[in-house]
Design a protein around this ligand. Sequence first.
Ligand SMILES: Cc1ncc(COP(=O)(O)O)c(C=O)c1O
Length: 386
Amino acid sequence: MKPARHIAMKYDWPAPEERFASRLQSLTKKSLYRRLQAPKGLDVSSNDYLGLARDDRISKAMVSSLTAGLDVGSTGSRLLTGERRDLEAVECRFAQWQQQEAALYFASGYQANLGLMSSVIEAGDHVISDALNHASLIDGIRLSKARLSIIDHLDSHQMEQALRSNEGPHWIVTESLYSMDGDLAPIESYARLAKKYGAGLLVDEAHATGLYGPQGQGRVAALRLQKDVVATVHTCGKAMGLAGAFVTGSKNLRSLLVNQARSFIYSTGPLPVLAPALEASIEAICNDPARRQQPIQMAKRLRDRLIEGGLEVGGGGAIVPVILGSSSRAMAIAEALQHRGYDVRAIRPPTVPEGTARLRLVTGGHLKHTDIDRLASDILDILESL
Ligand SMILES: Cc1ncc(COP(=O)(O)O)c(C=O)c1O
């Protein structure tokens, strides 16, 4: 048989590589090109709020579980061979800490939000979402095929209007402490509105877990609203120093997620060593109120120093956003700070809205007063010289 002849075809569109190159060029022109950069310098930007990513107690828990013979890999999805008793035990411990009936661990916060939104919200339901909600919440809501109202950031008045003027069933989706602005959502008033209009309240506690609440559980526990929420999401890659995320709520909610959350079902189970490490992280947070307070106090000190120097900065928790405007300006200031020995990155659209590129400073527990004062004075100095 003759080999098939390759016939070069002519198309009206450019080849994939040409299209990639032109898209990358356009990102570069707008100062939106991103490159991967390993940490270097004094950490003033990571989410390791409590320093637990470098904590001996947690690494020891991992190492001792490996030497005790725990498998390295989980070998399958949790509904198949990826399930482990240790994981279920840490989910029970997490639920008990949060004073909820049950918890389910996902491999990442992104997967947790995707799975939660797309399985509890049904097609045709009505969702009200804050304009600054995290991409994982937005993507999960899109997957649910619900009707969507987007309200201005933290606006409970618009929240009520959206509830009043749309047909249910309704869902309110919010972060408890916003990741890029550090401001606090009015979850008490959302809880009140949820009751009044029969809405389900879903709260992403990514940046509040470990810092707020009587044992560091988050803002929902701090406000004693556990019974008013349908679910909370607690990422473990931030204050907990590890990776993954717990969704907490009722036993039925957990069963629904196990049965219907595609990001849970169709993904390999987490590494077994994470279970003892997560347990160690929960204990480290529960038993150390002074450690939980420190990042918040340091952030206040940094805010005060910057405001004294004439800047307008808001934020809450351990997050201090310094809004700079254009992406090119934010890049230039971040680079100048990197040259002075700080690990700080410019945060640009689409992570934040157009015209609000910024430095997102984080005051982790490893920083001293002198670090904070020097950082503030370096920022003010760089801004003056530009
Ligand atoms: C508010 C919020 N939710 C969810 C996530 C996703 O968490 P993870 O990094 O574990 O995927 C993040 C992380 O950036 C976040 O800031």
